[in-house]
Ligand binder design. Sequence first.
Ligand SMILES: NC(=O)C1=CN([C@@H]2O[C@H](COP(=O)(O)OP(=O)(O)OC[C@H]3O[C@@H](n4cnc5c(N)ncnc54)[C@H](OP(=O)(O)O)[C@@H]3O)[C@@H](O)[C@H]2O)C=CC1
Ligand SMILES: CC(=O)N[C@@H](CCC(=O)OP(=O)(O)O)C(=O)O
Length: 351
Amino acid sequence: MATGSVLKVGVVGGTGYTGVELLRLLVNHPQAELEVITSRGDAGTAVADMFPSLRGRTDLVFSEPDVARLAQCDVVFFATPHNVAMRMMPELMEAGVRVVDLSADFRLRDHELWSEWYGEPHACPELLAEAVYGLPEVNREKMRDARLVACAGCYPTSIQLGYLPLLENGWIKPDQLIANSASGASGAGKGAKVAMLLAEAGESYKAYGASGHRHLPEIEQGLADIAGGPVKATFVPHLIPMIRGIHSTLYGQLVEGAPSLEEVQAAYEARYANEPFVDVMPLGSHPETRFVKGANTCRIALHQPRGENVIVVLSVIDNLVKGASGQAVQAMNIMFGLNEDAGLSVVPLAP
Ligand SMILES: NC(=O)C1=CN([C@@H]2O[C@H](COP(=O)(O)OP(=O)(O)OC[C@H]3O[C@@H](n4cnc5c(N)ncnc54)[C@H](OP(=O)(O)O)[C@@H]3O)[C@@H](O)[C@H]2O)C=CC1
Ligand SMILES: CC(=O)N[C@@H](CCC(=O)OP(=O)(O)O)C(=O)O
């Protein structure tokens, strides 16, 4: 894209948690102009009336999702539940619009596997082969020319970035991966029901989906791509009483002949040295979710308890930023040849 030109941007699903996070980031983006923001339930409401945090930053009004209006944008983000983007996608792509989908509609390459986990047939399996999985640290080159980027999910982002250098180098057993992850309540979206009420989720901590969560096939597909062969993972998500953040504790069984922890640390630092949004902390650190709150950063630290053959990787992200809307803006920047950190250079909140 020519320097100085501005992208016309549409957002489908502007009232949800990832939708308003997209708006927060895009109003600060030097080369993006919000044109259309949709909501079926709140069409006609001014964005700044619903979100006073955006007063003075946008005059837009929510409108019904209308393909003809969206088709006038250069890029459209879907911040909608699954099964929405895949119904509007063919028409939008026909109109030449490039799409960044935050939902899971195009993340899995196998439409039968998708149906198994999402409980319904896939509405446009013919586009699955074209969709590029939106994890820039793995797929940046493919994303540049993509018409459709399927942003990586929140848990899968923290897990893939955490395991990546170990798997790329073949230093851990790929069939014995274990990921324990904890997410804040915003991960469940604004429509979440009773389980997310303060009186239900506060002062408590629980696992859920321990027998199988729909992110598992996405995690295994992504890790297999990274490892260059099949992987087997155990993934147990947890709900933690905070608003934002994901903390993943990842376990890897080192293979015989694996290098020392110091060498693994050096490999992580080298692999991520040119990645603007991955920070490898000093050996032995304990990254906290608040170290990334509001920012598009994944912070990682390595441990090797008692020097034995298990390596523990700690990986934290903000689920709404690197786990969703920040990663989506990063994808747009890559697709349109903009500076990758445009609109994303915010420092995390502290405290
Ligand atoms: N929350 C998170 O941390 C993460 C979420 N995601 C994914 O991002 C997507 C959005 O999540 P989140 O923001 O949490 O969801 P929310 O439930 O908070 O918001 C959903 C939005 O989509 C709109 N919407 C719902 N149904 C339709 C429809 N049929 N057609 C058009 N618009 C619709 C809603 O507005 P209205 O009903 O008024 O149209 C609302 O604006 C989901 O696919 C989620 O899995 C990905 C990573 C992390
Ligand atoms: C706490 C909580 O409920 N988290 C959600 C995270 C899912 C999510 O947002 O999913 P995508 O990344 O696939 O879009 C869940 O486990 O269903």
